[in-house]
Write a protein that binds this ligand. Sequence first.
Ligand code: HEM
Length: 82
Amino acid sequence: GGPVKEFTGEEVAEHCTRDKRVWVTYKDGVYDVTDFLDMHPGGAQRLMLAAGGALDPFWAMYAQHNTDEVRQMLEGYRVGTL
Ligand code: HEM
């Protein structure tokens, strides 16, 4: 593959509103999920709880995310790596 952009946790944390774009991390992946907010089956408000930070603890609580389909969907929003 091509070059992979690397971001710090601080940079990710700045992206915590729709205006600044909503980024989340999952494992070492960094994702811009702004365009997914209004498509989230669990609602935009719940997704915003993870804005600027890690999805992992939320996905551990809500096991319906633990499928290849959901992980592939997330990969579609990848902007880089931590
Ligand atoms: C459901 C994706 C973040 C809570 C779902 C489903 C998808 C999805 C595809 C449907 C799963 C199915 O039933 O087949 C995502 C993505 C996220 C994200 C891509 C991040 C970018 C979150 C967060 C929370 C959350 C942070 C909780 C704080 C839920 C809940 C449901 C759900 C409660 C079930 C909704 C229902 O069936 O009524 N999510 N999710 N999600 N998600 Fe998320």
